[in-house]
Design a binder for this molecule. Structure first.
Ligand SMILES: Nc1ncnc2c1ncn2[C@@H]1O[C@H](COP(=O)(O)OP(=O)(O)OP(=O)(O)O)[C@@H](O)[C@H]1O
Ligand SMILES: [Mg+2]
Length: 466
């Protein structure tokens, strides 16, 4: 903050003192307001909303400490510098405990005063910046940024809102690209910890032997390469949320230590003799079947139950086709801005293909398809040919079969019969194999092959038997 733009209130019941302060600060370019008492100072703060307040400790009516306490209510983020008499270190300590930004002892030189003032103002500016950035983060990662029109997904969001305030461990499961990361952040920014840090760690992306030191940190000399101490992610997440992504990849050998840290709420860095308390909320995510890993002894059940007090299953995109048009619009806006192109419309046919496609890579795959579409798009419409071949292909062979069945208005029975025959053909007539694929026994298979179903459902009377 340049000196010229900051307003400083000075408070002292000694008029000479406020005059001196005012002259020095004005000469340095600050705007200065003087108050002759604590009561006047409070009034001034309410009216003028200064950036900094400098107060003498000892004043007749309302002392500096009392003023500090009053200010906590009126202007909690206003930094206060206390002027104390030489030698009264105890009262300086008291002021700092009450949250003073700094103190200065009488008598002081002009340079000293100006240094303390600029430091306090800089600090305030930094804090405002952090607050602004956190607000921005919350806006770009909060729940309202999760786009959905699907009841299934809305239920997930509702659940996240409900559990956000609690301290319970939350495990988010779902296929790759369904939005687990996005939801973990939304959870953090909906919780009371939103002002604290959100620290993600991807257990699959870090070599197994480094996960421990990443999580817990180490002290200098803990191992050969530890030339300096390093804070672990647990400590870095203090007051916030630690997001353990791909938790299924957490090495089995490390799981007991992780569990102990969660239970004791204390962390011990590698090579450290002492533990430090940590206040961290854990959110974990996995796209693998943790319960299978549990059964196979690859994941400890005690840790699992600790992490998964609440499990949130994110549905794959194919189970919420309602979301596709909304997500397409959302990604179109982004991709167009990035490509410096006007936002194209989507041809209804192209949209139909996207809704029909199975999206095995879920929202991430859709996002990249739209991105690609914008790059290839000529003119003002996104067309089928702008989509990746697999999408424009009608999605998959099975989608084509269904399309064909729809066109021919096949009955369920007829469709089943055709499918049974096609499967049998695909395994060169091997009935045991066909039965295994269809998950029916051989007897049922024979029966189905013998049946000759009617062709269409709508008006069977008019249809000849085949
Ligand atoms: N509902 C949604 N609204 C807006 N953007 C979304 C939504 N769901 C996912 N995304 C976006 O899709 C991309 C993939 O989502 P994300 O990284 O959260 O998936 P993930 O489940 O963590 O995947 P992985 O298992 O591969 O880690 C991100 O860019 C994310 O912002
Ligand atoms: Mg992820």
């Amino acid at each position: 903050m340049s000196a010229g733009s900051a307003t400083i209130a000075v408070v002292d019941d000694d008029r000479e003192m406020t005059d001196v302060l005012r002259d020095v600060l004005r000469a340095a370019g600050y705007r200065v307001l003087s108050a002759g008492s604590g009561v006047e100072a409070l009034e001034c703060v309410r009216r003028e909303d200064p950036d900094l307040l400098i107060s003498d400790l000892r004043m007749a009516e309302m002392g500096g400490h009392q003023l500090q306490m009053e200010l906590k209510r009126v202007a909690p983020s206003l930094p206060v510098i206390i002027i104390t008499a030489f030698g009264s270190i105890q009262s300086a300590v008291e002021s700092m405990k009450l949250g003073a930004a700094d103190y200065i002892t009488k008598p002081f030189g002009n340079d000293e005063l100006l240094l303390v003032v600029s430091r306090a103002l800089e600090n305030r500016q930094l804090r405002q910046e952090v607050k602004r950035l956190r607000g921005e983060l919350a806006r770009s990662y909060g729940l309202p940024n999760v786009i959905t029109a699907s009841p299934k997904m809305s239920a997930v969001l509702e659940m996240i809102e409900q559990v956000a305030e609690s301290e319970a461990g939350v495990l988010i499961t779902g296929e790759s690209g369904t939005g687990k990361d996005l939801l973990a952040r939304a959870l953090h920014f909906s919780s009371t910890r939103r002002e604290g840090p959100f620290i993600p760690i991807n257990c699959a992306a870090i070599p197994e032997n480094l996960i421990e030191s990443e999580l817990f940190g180490y002290v200098k000399g803990a191992f050969t390469d530890a030339r300096q101490s390093k804070t672990g992610l647990f400590a870095a997440a203090h007051g916030g949320t630690l997001f353990l992504d791909e938790i299924g990849e957490m090495p089995l050998t490390l799981q007991p230590k992780l569990l102990r840290t969660l239970e004791d709420k204390r962390v011990r860095a590698l090579g450290a003799t002492e533990e430090t308390p940590v206040n961290v909320r854990i959110v974990a995510a996995t796209n693998s079947d943790l319960e299978k890993a549990l059964a196979a002894g690859k994941f400890r059940s005690d840790l699992y139950y600790r992490l998964a007090t609440i499990t949130i299953a994110v549905p794959p995109l194919r189970e919420r086709p309602e979301d596709i048009p909304l997500l397409v619009k959302h990604f179109l806006v982004r991709a167009s801005a990035e490509a410096g192109k006007p936002i194209p419309d989507v041809e209804p046919e192209a949209m139909a293909y996207m809704i029909r496609y199975g999206w095995p890579g879920n929202v991430r795959e859709l996002q990249s398809a739209v991105h690609r579409g914008v790059i290839f798009c000529r003119g003002d419409k996104l067309r089928v040919k702008d989509l990746p071949a697999r999408v424009a292909d009608g999605g998959s062979a099975s989608a084509r079969v269904l399309e064909d069945a729809l066109e021919r208005r096949l009955s369920l029975e007829r469709l089943e019969s055709e499918y049974v025959r096609a499967v049998l053909e695909s395994v060169n007539g091997n009935k045991t194999e066909a039965a295994a694929i269809l998950q029916i026994d051989r007897k049922t298979l024979y029966r189905k092959l013998e049946e000759t179903p009617s062709a269409a459902p709508s008006n069977p009377d008019k249809l000849e038997q085949t």
